[in-house]
Design a protein around this ligand. Structure first.
Ligand SMILES: Nc1nc2c(c(=O)[nH]1)N[C@H]1C(S)=C(S)[C@@H](COP(=O)(O)OP(=O)(O)OC[C@H]3O[C@@H](n4cnc5c(=O)[nH]c(N)nc54)[C@H](O)[C@@H]3O)O[C@H]1N2
Ligand SMILES: Nc1nc2c(c(=O)[nH]1)N[C@H]1C(S)=C(S)[C@@H](COP(=O)(O)OP(=O)(O)OC[C@H]3O[C@@H](n4cnc5c(=O)[nH]c(N)nc54)[C@H](O)[C@@H]3O)O[C@H]1N2
Ligand code: SF4
Ligand SMILES: [Mo]
Length: 682
């Protein structure tokens, strides 16, 4: 049987896969995974012929009635008619669109264009707001451009020291561990498998209080200055802003930082010394440091430390953020974000509007302005000034958005909820219209991985009958709304994306399917077909007009909600190896569900005793917003003031019943990683 070379449907490592015509999946040698796959990748084929798969559109005309199978013609005409009516009655912003970082570049692009041109709405955002937005904002303000890793993953191979701030890659990107062979430092309130590896590597596990990474980074910058590790020549030649950043960091000598973040001052000095003395060294952040109401400032603090030590843009060294979703990088470049147009252009920039409007054949004045960010968009649904309808592509917001109970109320208040999905996840089952779409192995497209490399997703098999691709759905709806310019062929969409991105920060104009097929490693920007791509950014200059990186003056801010007598513990949330995100996919893979069948809460044994709980009990975890049921796991290495829950489960087991929708003032990232809770016996 012939197999096609493609990539895993899940995370941003985009491991190479072979997929055969029956949906059989095998590992494929690719630089990011070197022939490895994690359990999710190995079992990804199980969903292609899953008995629960959606293969016919479903519709209900009232929320009190069950979803019933209907034809595609009926479903799409119904949606188009309702959208027209709602728009006529309430204006274009009455219709919202919610996209995802799992969508291909082509889908992200066409969805953004569909919102702005076919619907004329400003109300579009996507789940990447929950994921990469703080890292993106911090990268933009420091470096002038946001590419998660500004160097190829393989550059990490011979690093002597790598600091991972809030990343549990041993579970979230297992094959990436193969690139981390030097001394590791892991910053995580929990002793994760990654932290174990750090200890085994001769490195350190630093366990801060959740939500205090910023102070830790300030303490380390202080240590760098006082211990004489600052690279003064680099700061003078390549940066601005050190003095202002230092004016604040100077207040945070390590012993003072220790009192807030709980990490020993001596460990801060040790790690700074390791970074300063190594030739090849990296600092990488992920969601543990970023998903906070001050996530942008926290990432900035880590960038400040990296700049003070002279890492970014130097051969064999660097700063990066580890992108999460399969197309988390490309998904934030092509215009499904509330404030962006394709090519990572800003929708408020008149030149950007003129360029993109030219490609789209519309008047720039007809393009809407910036819309609401994801959490604010969800909070506005069904309200007087908010959207009355929402189309969702690729996100299970009922499980993954903060303060899930409020999200459920808002979805219920909509006149029309349309969800395109291939599985009956929680959000799809709450919809008025469900549109069954193709899966990764059944469609063409491109994805941009965590190192900014553009990859081909290839069709290995025919989708089941009754199923359409997302591009066909968007194209079909555009037809019914009488708008032209929405092809359903992936390469045709990509050819237009190339033009729209040309000249923007994320310039794809030189990328072609043929070049990717020929095996070229094309990292953006690729400004022209003769251009070889840009595996390493910042080697000569940063992307700001003056070519310099900026240190940003940042200071400690408390978490939005602090523990008190009623809610004495800090809850944090994250991932386990075998489940992906809201679990809509992996909870349906028998092998994975067998390994991790239910929600759990990690608790320090002393904390469990105080709550009258023992290992294996079912507990109720309660916050001011809601509660969740979880099996107690006593973990002796955990901080006694902290509990941890995975967010992969829905309904009564959803960690997001607890979380708080406090937002970062710049990125609008919700504070997924800290809220105050108590434990109760069930
Ligand atoms: N198995 C699996 N892999 C995945 C995914 C998945 O759902 N499952 N999702 C993909 C996606 S979209 C993403 S974004 C990435 C995320 O990848 P990671 O960022 O590695 O994953 P998380 O588990 O969310 O968070 C990492 C760690 O942050 C810690 N943490 C919690 N609070 C704090 C804090 O205040 N400070 C610090 N320093 N650490 C803290 C948690 O204990 C956790 O171990 O994973 C990708 N890969
Ligand atoms: N408490 C807490 N909450 C979190 C996080 C956390 O760490 N803690 N992490 C946040 C992060 S980083 C992320 S990225 C989000 C992710 O959370 P979600 O946005 O909910 O992401 P998924 O669970 O991957 O949902 C994807 C849905 O779309 C479907 N799908 C997959 N691919 C496609 C496609 O190509 N087309 C269509 N139409 N459908 C598709 C899947 O079947 C699934 O139902 O969760 C966020 N929520
Ligand atoms: S690490 Fe990510 S891309 Fe690789 S197999 Fe696992 S889920 Fe897929
Ligand atoms: Mo993510």
């Amino acid at each position: 049987m012939t197999s096609v070379p493609s990539h895993c449907p899940y995370c941003a490592l985009q491991c190479g896969q072979w997929i055969d015509g029956d949906g059989g999946v095998d590992a494929r040698e690719f630089p990011t995974n070197r022939g490895g796959l994690c359990q999710k990748g190995w079992t990804s084929g199980a969903l292609l012929d899953h008995p629960g798969r959606l293969t016919t559109p479903l519709l209900r005309t009232s929320r009190d009635t069950p979803l019933e199978p209907v034809s595609w013609d009926h479903a799409l005409s119904y949606v188009a008619a309702r959208l027209r009516a709602l728009r006529a009655e309430h204006g274009a912003d009455a219709v919202a669109v919610f996209g995802a970082g799992g969508l291909t570049n082509e889908k992200s692009y066409l969805l953004g264009k569909f919102a702005r041109v076919a619907l004329g709405t400003s109300q579009i955002d996507y789940n990447g707001r929950f994921c990469m937005s703080s890292a993106a904002a911090a990268g933009n303000r420091a470096f002038g451009v946001d590419r998660g890793l500004p160097f190829p993953v393989t550059d990490l191979d011979d690093a002597e020291v790598v600091v991972l701030a809030g990343a549990n890659v041993a579970e979230t990107m297992p094959p990436l561990m193969g690139h981390l062979t030097g001394r590791l430092v892991v910053i995580d309130p929990r002793r994760t498998p990654t932290a174990e590896r750090a200890i085994a590597s001769g490195g350190l596990h630093l366990a801060p209080v959740p939500g205090t990474d910023l102070v830790l980074a300030l303490g380390m910058l202080h240590a760098a200055v006082v211990d004489g590790h600052v690279d003064a020549d680099y700061l003078a030649e390549r940066t601005t802003g050190f003095d202002d950043a230092w004016a604040l960091a100077a207040q945070w000598w390590p012993e003072r930082a220790e009192r807030v973040c709980g990490v020993a001052a001596a460990d801060m000095r040790t790690v700074v010394g390791w970074l300063a003395r190594a030739q090849r060294r990296y600092v990488l952040t992920a969601r543990g440091a970023e998903q906070h109401a001050h996530g942008v400032d926290t990432v900035s603090a880590w960038i400040n430390l990296s700049l003070a030590l002279g890492l970014p843009g130097r051969e064999g060294s660097g700063f990066g953020t580890i992108t999460g979703q399969g197309n988390g990088q490309g998904g934030r470049e092509h215009g499904q974000k509330a404030d962006q147009l394709p090519g990572y252009r800003m929708i408020t920039d008149p030149a950007a509007r003129a360029h993109v409007a030219g490609v789209w054949g519309v008047d720039p004045d007809d393009l809407p302005g910036p819309g609401r960010s994801a959490t604010e968009l969800l909070a506005a649904l069904g309200r007087d000034d908010g959207p009355r309808a929402m189309l969702v592509f690729g996100s299970n917001v009922l499980v993954s958005a903060p303060d899930a109970r409020s999200v459920a109320e808002r979805l219920a208040a909509l006149d029309l909820l349309v969800v395109a999905d291939f599985l009956p996840g929680e959000t799809a089952m709450a919809a008025d219209v469900v549109l069954p779409v193709a899966q990764w192995a059944e469609e063409e497209g491109t994805m941009t991985n965590l190192e900014g490399r553009v990859l081909r997703r290839r069709r290995a098999m025919t989708p089941p009958s009754g199923v359409r691709t997302d591009l066909e759905v968007i194209s079909g709806l555009a037809d019914l709304l009488d708008v032209k310019g929405f092809p359903s062929d992936a390469e045709e969409v990509f050819e237009e994306l190339r033009l729209a991105s040309a000249g923007g920060p994320a310039d794809y104009s030189g990328v072609t399917y043929a070049r990717i097929d020929a095996g070229e490693a094309l990292h953006w920007p690729v400004p022209g077909e003769g251009h070889p791509g840009t595996p390493r950014l910042f080697t000569d200059r940063f992307a700001h007009a003056d070519g310099r990186a900026r240190l940003i003056a940042v200071d400690h801010t408390e978490a939005a909600e602090l523990p008190d007598a009623g809610f004495p513990l800090r809850a944090t949330t994250g991932r386990v190896l075998v489940h992906y995100q809201s679990g809509a996919q992996t909870r349906r893979v028998a092998e994975l569900a067998g390994i991790s069948p239910e929600a759990f809460v990690e608790v320090h044994p002393d904390t469990a005793v105080r709550a009258g709980l023992v290992d294996g009990d079912r507990a109720r975890v309660v916050s001011r917003r809601g509660s969740t049921l979880a099996r107690v796991r006593c973990v002796g290495s955990l901080r006694p003031d902290t509990v941890f829950l995975p967010f992969h489960f829905g309904g009564e087991e959803a960690a997001n019943n607890l979380t708080i929708a406090a937002l970062d003032p710049i990125s609008r990232m919700p504070e997924f990683k800290v809220c105050a809770v108590r434990l109760e016996r069930v």
